[in-house]
Ligand binder design. Structure first.
Ligand code: HEM
Length: 402
């Protein structure tokens, strides 16, 4: 087994992720020693069984980054800091504290009415499509797929459309990571704190009010941080999920042959994306509670273990002879106590399916404006999403009336 670590940077992660995974698996097996930015070490788990074991064994592979043994190697301006920061939120908490938060979020999201959710997603989709449907061409990523989840999540938080639009804009600025990203993050914090104060004073029929009223007993500061985690954790992967499904339907002849009548294959395309191009390719992570063994590797106490979700999904030992169709055994929503909460998965699926269906209905002859091989992926080993999705179509009249 090769012990020389693999660098988690570089074009091979984006240009040919499947080939790169295959090479890593052949050379290193299911648990790969890797170097993140600034050569900070970690273990990347790409074996399905090994990842399943990690996710099912929180007594050995725990969530809190306070356990990490490499903090002294992390520079103050490390670009991956947001992924490991020791913030008191559902993401990093463990045991009873995690159960308290996880139950509250699950309850607050379960109360979202699925019919209303679908109707709101249709309305948001129509509003967005109206802004470009008369032009005959658009970048579907920036104008549509990356925007719609934030709009729907803003509605779940009880924000009216204008404040939802502003929130979606702030999320876009943050994700783009340009010079205004930090200011956008501060603005988001301010707005969430304001929203919590508003709902504390005057509760409504929304998820923020439900969280405030929950027996979990959130303080205002705790809830402000939690709302940001849920918004960020929901917005980005759902946007990539929609974008990657649209890309698949526009480029793969199994779908593109019938783009106009492709409504029936939307769920199949969404499911296939979760197996082949899942939005969260690698997730950080877990931290070893004590020395242990995993996939033939000795893992030291406090070592960081990265969840290789796409690697596990593509593990030949579970994929042999198995097709993606109708098969939900992928690990794209993770697994175990910290998996993406079930009502969040349901919300994401409704939003993604509705967003794709409405686009197909409104712009049935949309086609890629560039050759498929000229589409570029975002250059990150952590997420998988097209950086733009330019299409052309026959211009149509806006619908209005929402
Ligand atoms: C409405 C949209 C969504 C919401 C509100 C949401 C919310 C959340 C929350 C609150 C967590 C933290 C759970 C915990 O630590 O206990 C989480 C985790 C996660 N979610 Fe989601 N999510 C959404 C969509 C998605 C999508 C579309 C994907 C990918 C296909 C995804 C993948 C994940 C993964 C991989 C984790 C990490 C689990 C772990 O650490 O084991 N989520 N999500």
């Amino acid at each position: 087994m090769n012990v020389c670590p693999v660098r988690l940077r570089g074009p091979e992660h984006t240009t040919d992720p499947a080939g790169h995974l295959e090479k890593m698996r052949a050379e290193h097996g299911p648990v790969v020693p890797v170097l993140m930015d600034s050569d900070v070490p970690a273990w990347l788990v790409i074996g399905y069984r090994e990842l399943h074991h990690v996710l099912n064994t929180p007594s050995v592979f725990a969530r809190s980054s306070a356990r990490w043994n490499a903090w002294e190697r992390v520079p103050a301006d490390w670009p991956l800091l947001p992924m490991v920061m020791q913030l008191p939120t559902v993401l990093y908490s463990e045991g009873d504290e995690h159960r308290r938060r996880s139950r509250a979020i699950t309850d607050a999201l379960s109360a979202v009415d699925p019919h209303e959710l679908r109707a709101v997603t249709v309305r948001m989709a129509d509003r967005l499509i109206d802004t470009f449907c008369g032009s005959g061409s658009v970048d579907l990523r920036t104008a549509y797929s990356a925007r719609i989840p934030a709009l729907v999540l803003a509605w779940i938080y009880g924000l009216e459309d204008r404040r939802g639009d502003e929130l979606a804009q702030i999320m876009t600025t943050m994700i783009d990571g340009g010079p205004d990203a930090m200011a956008a993050q501060r603005e988001l914090m301010t707005r969430m704190a304001h929203l919590v104060a508003e709902r504390r004073a005057a509760p409504g029929p929304d998820a923020v009010s439900r969280l405030l009223a929950h027996p979990a007993g959130y303080t205002d500061d705790e809830l402000t941080a939690e709302l940001i985690v849920v918004l960020g954790g929901g917005n980005q992967p759902t946007g990539e999920w929609i974008g990657n499904a649209l890309r698949l339907m526009l480029t793969d002849e199994r779908f593109s042959a019938s783009f106009a009548g492709a409504r029936s294959s939307v769920r199949a395309a969404l499911n296939e994306v979760l197996w082949e191009d899942t939005p969260t390719q690698i997730h950080a992570g877990r931290f070893a509670v004590h020395d242990t063994e995993l996939g033939g590797r000795r893992i030291g106490r406090g070592d960081m273990v990265l969840l290789g979700l796409s690697g596990a999904n593509q593990d030949p030992s579970v994929r042999a002879g198995v097709t993606a169709e109708g098969n939900n055994a992928h690990l794209s929503f993770s697994h175990g106590a910290h998996r993406c909460p079930f009502p969040a998965q349901d919300i994401a699926e409704t939003v993604a399916a509705t967003a794709v269906e409405i686009l197909l209905d409104r712009l049935p002859d949309a086609e890629l404006a560039v050759a498929p091989h000229d589409l570029r992926w975002r250059s990150s080993p952590w997420v998988r999403g097209v950086s733009s999705l330019p299409v052309t179509f026959t211009p149509v009249t806006p619908r209005g009336g929402y």
